[in-house]
Design a protein around this ligand. Structure first.
Ligand code: SAH
Length: 288
């Protein structure tokens, strides 16, 4: 089976290619596409990802994939929810891998659909490795990660010539998916001018304290962006010293991205031109 090499394929070419792959293959196994759905706004999904949803035989999807994107799945396709949200694990990681293996033996086009990018805190690397070890063809289709898109829609560029030359992505929930424990907040505080934290809301007190202990000013700006790029996007802006109290008083909840650094201050100037005016969302919600 040939893998795609260009991310610029026109939609029809992509579809022909996918179907062609499946037809010419004499092997009994189908192919698993590890697809990034982006952060929620369907307009931010790639052409390739949309084409795959439209021709998939099976779609195994996660909790953070938005409804308008699920509407692109072909009505004939089997849909399987494999969501994982805090405290509500529906399928274990090994069950998901087992399921993908089984489906790859039964169907030509199996899509594993994940929020954002599959390789950014999405366990895509592990799933791909397990499937490859089991002899299944796998291809990754990158997506726009929430750590860039949610700040952007909130008017926060993660780098800026005047304020930040570096950005670091880090998990705030160290045990999530068995990411390597002991995130070195001290090193992170010193290494990058912008820090983007995934899954950080529940551990925010420890994170902010660790960053202050590492030398960051208590008044360093921080933004929390919940459900970024969706119509229900909301944000909370504060300082390292004050944000935890704000989260408590407002009842702010996950899922959210935290952005720390001077770039946060740009939100007041840039969020007025935020693209989240719902037109795109509405336009793409009802596929023809
Ligand atoms: N693979 C995903 C990240 C999965 S980890 C990606 O590349 O975006 C799950 C965490 O991502 C959530 O806890 C939250 O911190 C963040 N996240 C995902 N989608 C989000 C969104 N639309 N808005 C804000 N945060 C989001």
């Amino acid at each position: 089976m040939t893998a795609y090499t260009s991310s610029n394929d026109a939609q029809s070419n992509v579809q022909n290619k996918i179907q062609g792959d499946a037809q010419v293959s004499a092997q009994p196994l189908g192919k698993v596409y590890l697809v990034g759905a982006g952060p929620g706004d369907p307009g931010l999904m790639t052409v390739k990802a949309k084409s795959l949803l439209e021709c998939a035989d099976v779609v195994v999807y996660d909790a953070l994939v938005s409804e308008p994107i699920l509407n692109w799945i072909s009505p004939q396709a089997e849909r399987i929810y494999a969501g994982k949200r805090r405290g509500r694990h529906s399928l274990s990681q090994s069950e998901i891998t087992g399921l993908l293996l089984k489906k790859a033996h039964e169907h030509a086009v199996v899509v594993r659909l994940k929020g954002g990018d599959p390789f950014v805190f999405g366990r895509g690397g592990e799933e791909m490795n397990d499937l490859l070890l089991a002899g299944v063809s796998v291809e990754v289709v990158p997506g726009i990660t929430a750590g860039i898109a949610a700040p952007a829609y909130a008017g926060i560029p993660v780098t800026h010539r005047g304020y930040s030359s570096s950005v670091i992505f880090v998990t705030g929930h160290e045990s999530a998916g068995k990411y390597r424990p002991d995130v070195n907040w001290d090193a992170i505080a010193k290494a990058s001018e912008t820090i983007v934290v995934y899954m950080g809301v529940h551990n925010l007190q420890n994170i902010t304290q660790a960053l202050i202990a590492a030398g960051l000013d208590e008044q360093t700006p921080i933004a929390l962006i919940r459900w970024g790029t969706r119509p229900e996007q909301s944000k909370l802006i504060g300082t390292l010293a004050g944000i935890v109290a704000q989260v408590e008083t407002t009842g702010f909840e996950a899922p959210a991205i935290a952005v720390i650094g001077k770039v946060v201050n740009l939100h007041s100037r840039l969020s007025s031109v935020s693209p989240i005016q719902n037109e795109h969302w509405l336009m793409t919600q009802h596929p023809s």
